[in-house]
Design a protein around this ligand. Structure first.
Ligand SMILES: CC(C)(COP(=O)(O)OP(=O)(O)OC[C@H]1O[C@@H](n2cnc3c(N)ncnc32)[C@H](O)[C@@H]1OP(=O)(O)O)[C@@H](O)C(=O)NCCC(=O)NCCS
Length: 347
């Protein structure tokens, strides 16, 4: 079967077939992952997503054909992340990402061969253009996708997860500890806790670059914006002592802003952007009490779900969210190409 697959650039006239393939894949995904939004079972809604990709100057797309019939497609989005933007903490400066709505394959073909052909075709151009970091986003419950990208050299980087807003019972907190809503006056403490979060992610096994000094103005601008708007929810855990009140932890949630992929985000979802507790207080129930409050807020402000990202290898955050009902919706997996290919080449 593999030798019969051919690949070419995508054209506008392919979009109907691609939308049909994407909607069919989404229907299969929803049977395994009920959190996925129903609306993308509709081919028209899928087509709108694909039209967006086709119109993007930095997106490249290709289709796979067997005997003149289109059996699959993939789009990758090249992205350049400014070194001082808060997003630089989560993405390499030059990265290509195939989004969860940017690929699908007919069930009738040998999936791994067809994806290999598509990725090989597209990635030649990416590497030639100096894009050595490649990401793929796929539905976490799709074992075939996990296996085929693993075999192409990709490993999980981030997990996008969600749960409904039903309450969680948090245990009793220590004396004089309370959870309250943050105000703009708390901005300095919110900044401090963000830098604590960065320090945690710098250590093994996560090993993310600690870019707080570089991105501080941008990250701080985002939290200031959130603190000044009623529609977002930022909660602090504080403890009063004789010397004053100290801050112990924070959760920051955004409402109505697209931090997660549209095709993988349940309707009416709030996004939990930061969850962080000071190192010497972890394991004492502060994180659970903050989450209890965040879920209450999400429910009371009309949300039905909460979604969030975590580093897939995070030894504290991963188990914490999972044991509190968050289910993995998608994985982003990454492959770093050995950049010596740029000069170590046959001539
Ligand atoms: C994830 C985090 C916010 C949870 O806050 P927390 O106050 O530790 O949460 P809790 O005490 O309510 O629960 C922590 C759980 O880990 C367990 N635990 C055991 N040892 C622990 C330790 N040394 N540190 C943290 N948790 C520990 C707790 O017993 C508890 O287990 P349970 O799930 O069976 O109840 C906190 O660990 C943290 O700040 N981690 C670093 C930053 C991070 O990973 N943030 C999430 C990014 S997406």
């Amino acid at each position: 079967m593999a030798d019969r697959i051919s690949v070419r650039d995508v054209r506008a006239s392919d979009l109907d077939v691609c939308a049909r393939l994407l909607a069919a894949r989404h229907r299969r995904d929803r049977e395994r992952t009920a959190l996925l939004p129903e609306e993308y079972e509709d081919e028209g809604r899928c087509r709108e997503l694909l039209e967006g990709l086709l119109a993007e100057p930095l997106a490249d797309g290709a289709v796979a054909e067997v005997g003149g019939t289109t059996v699959g497609f993939a789009f990758g989005q090249r992205a350049l992340h400014a070194a001082d933007h808060w997003l630089a903490q989560y993405f390499p400066p030059r990265v290509v990402a195939i989004p969860v709505h940017g690929h699908a394959m007919a069930e009738s073909v040998e999936t791994a061969s067809a994806y290999r052909a598509l990725y090989g075709y597209l990635s030649d151009g990416w590497v030639a253009g100096g894009f050595f970091n490649h990401r793929i986003e796929f539905v976490a419950s799709d074992a075939e996708q996990r296996e085929l990208w693993f075999r192409m050299g990709f490993g999980a980087v981030t997990t996008y997860a969600g749960r409904d807003v039903s309450p969680i019972p948090a245990g009793a907190l220590g004396e004089r500890i309370e959870i309250r809503r943050a105000t703009p006056e708390d901005h300095a403490e919110v900044d401090r806790l963000e830098s604590v979060n960065g320090r945690f992610h710098h250590a093994g096994p996560v090993f993310w670059p600690y870019l707080w000094d570089d991105v501080r103005a941008s990250a701080s601008g985002l939290s200031k914006y959130a603190l000044e708007r009623d529609r977002h929810g930022i909660f602090l855990a504080t403890r009063s002592a004789e010397s004053g009140v100290e801050t112990l932890g924070m959760q920051m949630l955004f409402s109505g802003m697209a931090f997660g992929p549209a095709a993988a985000t349940p309707e009416r979802a709030a996004y939990l952007f930061h969850g962080i507790v000071d190192p010497d207080l972890r394991g004492g129930g502060v994180g659970s009490a903050l989450l209890e409050r965040s879920l209450d807020w999400a429910r009371e402000s009309g949300h039905e779900y909460v979604t969030l990202h975590y580093a897939s290898m995070n030894p504290l955050g991963g188990p914490f969210w999972e044991s509190r009902g968050f289910e993995a919706i998608t994985y982003s997996a990454e492959r770093r190409i050995d950049d010596r290919v740029a000069w170590a080449r046959p001539r």
